[in-house]
Write a protein that binds this ligand. Structure first.
Ligand code: ADP
Ligand code: MG
Ligand code: ZN
Length: 640
């Protein structure tokens, strides 16, 4: 680079800035001088008090204003007004104006108030020219400086502009205000974490006997189960600051930014120790290294390495505990789990029924429920709901209650809110016609199979009122204990999903089946494939034939598939087709055997738009016998 330019950048720029600053000082000084000059004519040195624009207009109307001096192109004004309460003493007041409105001018004219508009102060000519020159100069100087730095410092382009430094993207809460009492239904996790509170509060208890305090705890669990809440509760119980950062915020476009964020975070944390660092979605940075293709990984690896370095770097007993959260522990780099890093894992699972009950207790504290609506009944209705879902459910129900102008949340609001959370907003009912009949047959087909196949979850209700994306819906009530699913249950689910299409097929004919079953067919395919490849439930035997189908690294899964030969994948396809074909045949048979029951049920459904499970069984039992279902009815221990 040309030496002349460097000189320019190094010298002209600072000088230019000094000139700019002094010009500003000069400018503001002259502004105040204007005000003072006008002030002095009435009450020398008395500070001018300020009034609102509204008050000013009132004064104008009341005829109290005698003169108005408008400054800065109409942004403020100094007025003189008489005060009738102090025998018309003249006051000087300052008003901020919303601009030079013509209405204002005309009302001043109407009231014949003398006014003056002072043009904005012009800077002296020389300074004006310099001012005009400054902007390009600063730009050029800035560019030169930048290119100089990145040329002479090959240490890393990340340092070129100090991106990471300037954007501190972590949040700090001095006091989270969350206590363990606010987190419910995850008692085991809470017990594990209570120890962490003691680590933070009384480290001496452990260090005095030579124990090494763990540095990192990994919270593992699906979204919405309260991991963030738990981390906050630990900080809240221990009374220490809470630093938090999300893994996805580490990873940026620019290589090196994430690493510098990690460095900043730990630096700030050390200054504030004892404290807690919470890293959400750690899988965004902590995935196994060397996996995948593409440039993003360099950045991620650098960030992860920096994180590991920082965790190793601080002394064991520095009073900082790092809590990380993820729902994909399987993808984490094993280096993260080594002793001295996240060597403790705490699982935070979706709550069971008594867990749900205690979460509902926490979130219904400020809600008004109808007397006959028990939290137990809500807990029974919501298998699979996480803490976040339950909080959302009570809130939606409260909103519905308010919209219906009721004072207390009732069962119908809870039911509607559950439906809305699971399946989306309710739409307008269809008018009776061919489409509605077809949808009714489709849904009754699902419900019929669901009821007649022993291993299927029982029907909760069938409806032809659209909701979310669906034109009609059949609701099943899942068992509360769905830890293990048998082959018979999977088969039953496949048949249930095929029930809709089978009904269309039998009633309207093969040529008339519709796209409405698209989702069902997809579900069927994925269930059948998993039976073959993942659960070893086909005649290929108990072998796992595919990696995790949710594999996230492109690179890895490309490599993985190569260990399944063409021959095997042909066999897999064959097996999948065999399962689906067999299920469909059985489904068709069941549906056609119960054609007259189906016609009757469709008639009722079209008239009522929704049939609940009991009524469905009642009607159906007049035509055929219904198998008894094994149900697991959980006993509810009151957690309090
Ligand atoms: P995660 O971090 O596991 O995704 P969050 O902690 O962010 O879940 O939970 C979101 C919200 O859901 C919380 O703020 C809280 O209102 C509610 N919630 C989730 N789990 C629980 C729980 N176990 N007890 C009470 N409330 C919960
Ligand atoms: Mg979270
Ligand atoms: Zn369907």
């Amino acid at each position: 680079m040309d030496k002349k330019w460097k000189v320019l950048a190094l010298w002209v720029l600072p000088i230019a800035i000094v000139v700019l600053i002094s010009w500003q000082i000069l400018g503001s000084a002259s502004n105040t001088r204007v005000n003072q000059a006008t002030t002095s004519s009435v009450s020398r040195n008395a500070p001018i008090s300020k009034i609102s624009y509204g008050r000013f207009l009132d004064y104008v109307k009341a005829g109290r204003v005698t003169s108005v001096d408008i400054y800065e192109g109409g942004r403020n004004a100094v007025i003189e007004a008489v005060d009738p309460e102090f025998d018309n003493r003249v006051q000087r007041l300052r008003v901020d104006l919303p601009g030079l409105a013509p209405e204002l001018i005309s009302s001043l004219k109407d009231e014949s108030i003398s006014f003056d508009i002072h043009p904005p102060k012009k800077a002296p000519a020389g300074i004006g020219i310099l001012g005009n020159l400054l902007f390009p100069l600063i730009l050029i100087g800035g560019l030169i400086l930048l290119s100089r730095r990145s040329n002479s410092m090959p240490g890393g382009p990340g340092q070129a502009m100090q991106f990471g430094k300037t954007k501190a993207r972590f949040a700090m809460e001095a006091e989270t205000g969350v206590k363990f009492d606010d987190v419910a239904g995850v008692n085991e996790a809470k017990q594990d974490l209570e120890e962490v509170v003691t680590f933070l509060k009384q480290p001496e208890r452990f260090t005095s006997v030579g124990a090494q305090i763990p540095r990192g705890v990994l919270l593992v669990g699906p979204p919405g189960t309260g991991k963030t809440l738990l981390a906050k509760a630990i900080a809240g119980e221990a009374g220490v600051p809470f630093f938090s950062l999300s893994g996805s915020e580490f990873v940026e476009m620019f290589v090196g930014v994430g690493a510098s964020r990690v460095r900043d975070l730990f630096k700030r944390a050390k200054e504030n120790s004892p404290c807690l660092i919470f890293i959400d979605e750690i899988d965004a940075v902590g995935r196994q290294r060397g996996a995948g293709i593409g440039g993003g990984n360099d950045e991620r690896e650098q960030t992860l390495n920096q994180l590991l370095t920082e965790m190793d770097g601080f002394e064991g007993n520095s009073g900082i505990i790092i809590i990380a959260a993820t729902n994909r522990p399987d993808v984490l780099d094993s280096a993260l789990m080594r002793p001295g890093r996240f060597d403790r894992q705490v699982t935070v699972d979706a709550p069971d029924i008594s867990g749900r009950l205690s979460i509902l207790k926490v979130h219904s504290r400020n809600k008004k429920l109808e007397e006959d609506l028990t939290l137990e009944s809500i807990a029974r209705r919501t298998p699979g709901f996480t803490g976040a879902d339950l909080a959302n459910l009570l809130n939606e129900a409260a909103i519905l209650t308010a919209r219906r102008r009721k004072n207390y949340i009732g069962l119908s609001e809870i039911d509607d809110a559950v439906d809305r959370i699971i399946a989306g907003m309710e739409g307008q009912p269809l008018v009776d016609g061919r489409s509605k009949r077809l949808i009714a047959y489709h849904e009754v087909g699902h419900a019929l199979i669901g009821t007649l196949v022993k291993d299927h979850d029982p029907v909760q209700k069938v409806t032809v009122i659209p909701r979310g994306q669906a034109k009609g819906l059949t609701w099943f009530s899942p068992d509360d204990d769905q830890m293990l699913i048998s082959r018979a249950q999977l088969k039953a689910r496949i048949m249930g999903a095929l029930g809709g299409r089978a009904a269309e097929d039998i009633v309207f004919g093969r040529e008339e089946v519709t796209t409405g079953a698209g989702g069902d067919v997809q579900q069927v395919a994925s269930m059948a494939r998993q039976m073959v490849t993942k659960f070893g439930m086909s005649s290929l035997g108990p072998v796992s034939l595919e990696g995790d189908s949710q594999e996230v690294f492109v690179g890895r899964s490309l490599m993985n598939t190569s260990d399944i030969s063409d021959e095997i994948s042909k066999q897999i396809d064959e097996q999948v087709r065999k399962i689906v074909k067999q299920c469909y045949e059985e489904t068709l048979e069941l549906v056609s055997k119960n054609r007259s029951a189906m016609d009757k049920l469709v008639e009722i459904l079209i008239e009522k738009e929704t049939i609940d499970g009991d009524e469905f069984c009642n009607v159906l039992s007049k035509f055929t016998s219904i198998p008894e279902k094994d149900r697991f009815i959980p006993v509810l221990q009151d957690p309090t």
